[in-house]
Design a binder for this molecule. Structure first.
Ligand code: CA
Ligand code: CA
Length: 378
């Protein structure tokens, strides 16, 4: 743990705000973190330090924290007062890019451990600015976001898959990180949807716009805080004409600890184990071309959508928090049926979609995956 903590920077830095106008005093200053695109998630930071480098100028200094790997956007808003008068001072947006070391947390196959001094897992153990829980699951969102990034799968595809011949077709991983409890022990479930623009079918049949494939990895929390893999369910096709269904097999990991997921040619059913895929899948799982798409923490299921972090794809701004999702799958949504091009469906951003031919919405698949793990014994 100590060795790890010295090998990368702590996820916090200092920001110096705009000088205050001469003759005014800073009454309040708010630090805004827009990453979840909702006002209620903006964080008020009372701990602003003020010094005076020159006469008539006050400088505000904030400690700010990263909430996720990649680009984090920040803005400072202050209210300056003179007598009874108040004046808002808005800083401009600025960005900090936080790149994780590739091997962070991946100590050995099937184990995952982030240094707790920088990435406390539970909100109850978290102190200060980096602590945020916008999806209200008790897990610190920074920990969730880093875990999603580090444990995102490497997809082993068939090099003949039409995805590689369709430059506008895309694939993204949408992940819900959810704590679970069993017999007094703690677990974390990574419920992943691998979302493709299209399912290319088999020999010209069964193709459809939008393809949302599912696999979930369950980790047990060891007494020392390490995550230990215990089970994976992945949804693949065991015969040409049957629907995909979940099977539990041991998870394959690469030597560097990355989870490996085999993808059926054209149909994209998922298998967490290469041997089982080759033995049982109805479609080829040659795995001779690999791909590791970006993954996003999309929040957790809730009846009113209040625990989602990302929902409608059209509301994702290119310069915003989840910029790599901007322009991807236009007209689709993760959680809210009514926000989708075809309500309740995932069409991969394609217009040739109808209630009968799209995939199920990612949020509905995630909710069903949670039920699957909640009702199974390990
Ligand atoms: Ca959380
Ligand atoms: Ca979560």
């Amino acid at each position: 743990m100590a060795r790890l903590s010295r090998s990368f920077p702590a996820p916090a830095t200092a920001f110096r705000g705009d000088p205050r106008r001469a003759g005014r005093r800073a009454a309040t200053a708010h630090f805004l973190c827009p990453d979840e695109n909702r006002l209620r998630d903006h964080r008020v930071e009372p701990g602003v330090r003020i010094d005076a480098p020159h006469a008539g100028v006050a400088r505000l200094t904030f400690d700010v924290s990263f909430y996720k790997p990649g680009v984090n956007r920040f803005k400072v808003r202050a209210v300056a007062g003179k007598g009874e008068a108040r004046r808002a001072i808005d800083g401009s947006w600025f960005k900090l890019d936080y790149q994780l070391p590739r091997a962070l947390g991946l100590t050995e196959r099937g184990r995952f451990e982030l240094p707790a001094e920088h990435f406390p897992r539970r909100m109850s153990e978290c102190r200060g600015a980096p602590c945020k829980d916008a999806d209200r699951d008790g897990l610190n969102d920074l920990w969730e976001n880093v875990a999603v990034q580090q444990l995102r799968p490497r997809l082993l595809m068939d090099r003949e898959d039409s995805l590689f011949a369709s430059p506008t077709d895309l694939v993204r991983v949408l992940t819900s990180v959810t704590p679970m409890k069993r017999d007094g022990r703690e677990y974390v479930l990574f419920a992943n949807i691998v979302a493709f623009s299209r399912d290319y079918g088999h020999l010209g049949l069964f193709d459809h716009p939008g393809d949302a494939e599912a696999f979930g990895m369950l980790y047990r929390i060891e007494p020392n805080g390490t995550l230990q893999w215990v089970a994976t369910a992945a949804k693949g096709h065991a015969c040409l004409t049957c629907r995909s269904h979940y099977t539990f097999y041991p998870q394959d990991f690469a030597e560097d600890g990355t989870p490996l997921v085999y993808v059926e040619r054209q149909k994209h059913g998922l298998w967490q184990n290469g041997r089982e895929c080759r033995a049982r899948a109805a479609f080829s799982c040659r795995g001779d071309r690999s791909l590791r798409p970006p993954a996003f923490n999309v929040g957790d299921p809730s009846p009113d959508g209040s625990r989602s972090l990302i929902d409608g794809f059209d509301s994702v701004a290119a310069g915003g928090a989840f910029g790599e999702l901007a322009g991807v799958f236009p007209g689709e949504s993760i959680w809210t049926p009514e926000l989708a091009r075809v309500p309740g469906k995932f069409c991969g951003g394609n217009r040739d979609c109808a209630p009968g031919n799209g995939a199920s919405q990612p949020g509905a698949l995630i909710a069903r995956m949670l039920q699957l793990f909640e009702t199974r014994t390990f």
